[in-house]
Design a protein around this ligand. Sequence first.
Ligand SMILES: O=P(O)(O)OC[C@H]1O[C@](O)(COP(=O)(O)O)[C@@H](O)[C@@H]1O
Ligand SMILES: [Mg+2]
Ligand SMILES: [Mg+2]
Length: 345
Amino acid sequence: MAQGQTLHQHLTGFAATDPAHGPVADVVAAFAIAATEISELISGGLLSGITGEGQTRNSDGDVQKDLDIKADQIIRAALAGTSVAALASEEAEEIEICDPAGAVSVAFDPLDGSSNINTNMSVGTIFSIVRTPSHARAAFTQPGSAQLAAGFVVYGPQTSLVLTLGDGVDVFTLDRKAKVFQKVRSRVQIPAQTPEYAINASNRRFWDPLIVAFIEDCLAGKDGVMQADFNMRWIGSMVAEAYRILVRGGIFLYPGDTREGYGEGRLRLLYEAHPIAFIMEQAGGGATTGRQRILDITANTPHQRVPLIMGSIDSVRRIERMHGSPDIKFERNPPLFATRGLFRI
Ligand SMILES: O=P(O)(O)OC[C@H]1O[C@](O)(COP(=O)(O)O)[C@@H](O)[C@@H]1O
Ligand SMILES: [Mg+2]
Ligand SMILES: [Mg+2]
């Protein structure tokens, strides 16, 4: 439908032949309500009593900021009005069973990029909705391709909710006065080739040589095999990076590295990589570990980490080809391949 449609209208118009569709719509609506409240809190900052400090740690070892905990509580309160079978939150150690008869289950990151709270940078909320199997406990032992819907909210200069119901990606921006999300972009398509990359380059000495090789190719610009001058971004907030990629393309990398505990990178499969990968693919982009499509992976534990490389499809495919070609470092040397096209190897 045309822009200007509200999220509520979008969900109401969502085909209802599958019995899970009603519960999916209810859960998305609950996240929209929670996001409206979280957005207000964030925009008030210290005036809302948000200090950005924290005392406790979550199961992944991160310090839980006051807003991490508050966002988790707000989302739980909003979901209490729905019949969700199982919940997996970044801020809870274990999977929780709510209504075992619930048709859907939800994994969520209440606040992504929370190291940015004090610096007045963008943070977000991420969610993944799956069908509940016969045993609710098994809800999160399905590959990412089994997701029914996924979304994320970016609390930036605008608060925007990005949503896929498995049929393309739409973007809704919060009308703060009316407290309604209005559709601003329909059927988003990520450009296949955008010379822009995002990676935490301070970890370079810990990377796999293939990641070093890819970034060196980007840095070589027009003179290198990519034949394009690259721009670089790193926000430290995956939701903000994903939003930028949806708008103008590019590639984001959080690979595994040799730091202790970072063998599988930093991002969590169930509530970060799965939903973002679903959105990337639905918008014509890609998401991979380098060796495996993210949506083909099934979690063994709730907070399992996974290397995540996502964005413009040509860049994602190039990374995958590099991982499949151990001798790529020889092939990369010009001038033999100086005539290759953008992003080709
Ligand atoms: O500080 P680093 O290692 O660059 O990691 C940044 C990454 O960590 C995250 O903040 C992880 O998410 P949380 O803030 O939910 O733990 C991502 O948003 C971001 O891409
Ligand atoms: Mg996160
Ligand atoms: Mg978080």
